[in-house]
Design a protein around this ligand. Structure first.
Ligand SMILES: O=C(O)C(=O)C[C@]1(C(=O)O)C=C[C@@H](O)C=C1
Length: 258
C-alpha cells in the first residue's frame, strides 16, 4: 500500500493485508510491555512520587505529548494513517510537505478515538498484558516507552477503519448512500461487518500468540501474552472500535460528496 497512490490505498485487499501486518506489530509491542509489572504510578495524574514541572497529567501523558511534539516535526502526522493523541499541541514539520493525494473525506482527521483508546488501554489492556500487579520505579521510563509503542500501534490499527469505510463506500455507493440518508446505524454496522473475516483474524491471532508469546524465562504465576488475552483484546476492543470508526466515518460521508 502506497499513500502516494490513491488506488492502492482504497483496495480492500491491500487494506486487509496491512491490518494483518499490524497484528505482528501490536503483538510484539504487547510482549515488550509484558516484561514489566503494571506500575499504576505511570498512569496516575499528578502523582506525588513523580513530580512533572508545569504539567497537569500523568507521566505517560507527559512522555506521549513530548514524543508527539518531536514526531510531528518529523512529519509523522502528515501521513493520512497517523492520528495524534494531542492534536492541539503538535508542531509543524521541519521537513518539507509531502503532497499525499486526498483519499479520505475532508473531515477524516476530526475522527479521533485516541482519548478512548488511551483510557481503555490503561484500564483494561495493561491489567491483562503486564507481568504482574505491582510497581517497579526503575522501569518507569521503559514502561512509558513501550506504552507509547502499544498506543500508537493500536491507534493506527483502529483508525485504519477510515480507509476500510471509504473503500466499502466506493464499492457500493448506492447502498451506503441510502443507509446514510436514513441514518440507519444498525444497517451500516451490519453491512460493514464480515463475520468470516473477523473469525479468520481471531484464529490467526491464536496461532501467532502461541508461537510468539512463549517466554521460557517467565516464573510461574507471571502473566504472558496468551492467545486467550490477545483474542479477548481484539474481539472486545480492537475490532469493535475499528467498526465504531467506520460507522462514524460513513455517517458523515454524504456531506462530503452529495
Ligand atoms: O476487513 C473489514 O472488512 C473490516 O471492516 C475490518 C474488520 C476489523 O476490524 O478487522 C472490522 C469489521 C469486519 O467485520 C471485519 C474486519
Amino acid at each position: 500500500m502506497n499513500f502516494k497512490e490513491a488506488d492502492t490505498v482504497l483496495d480492500l485487499k491491500n487494506i486487509r493485508d496491512e491490518l494483518v501486518r499490524m497484528e505482528d506489530t501490536i503483538i510484539f509491542n504487547f510482549i515488550e510491555r509484558s516484561h514489566f509489572p503494571s506500575c499504576p504510578v505511570v498512569y496516575a495524574k499528578d502523582h506525588p512520587g513523580l513530580p512533572l514541572p508545569n504539567f497537569d497529567g500523568s507521566f505517560l501523558d507527559w512522555a506521549l505529548l513530548h514524543m508527539e511534539k518531536v514526531q510531528s516535526q518529523l512529519r509523522r502526522f502528515e501521513s493520512p494513517d497517523e492520528t495524534p493523541f494531542f492534536p492541539e499541541e503538535i508542531l509543524k514539520p521541519i521537513l518539507p510537505n509531502i503532497n499525499y493525494p486526498q483519499v479520505l473525506a475532508s473531515y477524516a482527521q476530526q475522527i479521533n478515538y485516541n482519548a478512548k483508546i488511551k483510557h481503555i488501554y490503561e484500564e483494561e489492556i495493561v491489567p491483562l498484558i503486564s507481568k504482574y500487579e505491582g510497581d517497579q520505579s526503575e522501569n518507569y521510563g521503559s514502561i512509558a516507552t513501550t506504552d507509547i509503542a502499544c498506543l500508537q500501534s493500536l491507534s493506527r490499527r483502529i483508525h485504519f477503519g477510515k480507509f476500510v469505510a471509504e473503500a466499502k463506500y466506493q464499492n457500493d455507493k448506492e447502498l451506503y448512500r441510502k443507509l446514510i440518508r436514513n441514518k440507519d446505524v444498525n444497517g451500516i454496522m451490519q453491512n460493514i461487518t464480515n463475520a468470516a473475516v473477523e473469525e479468520k483474524i481471531l484464529e490467526r491471532l491464536t496461532t501467532k500468540a502461541d508461537v510468539y508469546g512463549v517466554d521460557p524465562t517467565n516464573k510461574e504465576g507471571d502473566r504472558r501474552i496468551t492467545p486467550e488475552y490477545l483474542v479477548k483484546i481484539y474481539k472486545e476492543i480492537v475490532i469493535p472500535l475499528t467498526k465504531e470508526v467506520e460507522v462514524e466515518y460513513l455517517l458523515r460521508r454524504l456531506g462530503d460528496d452529495a
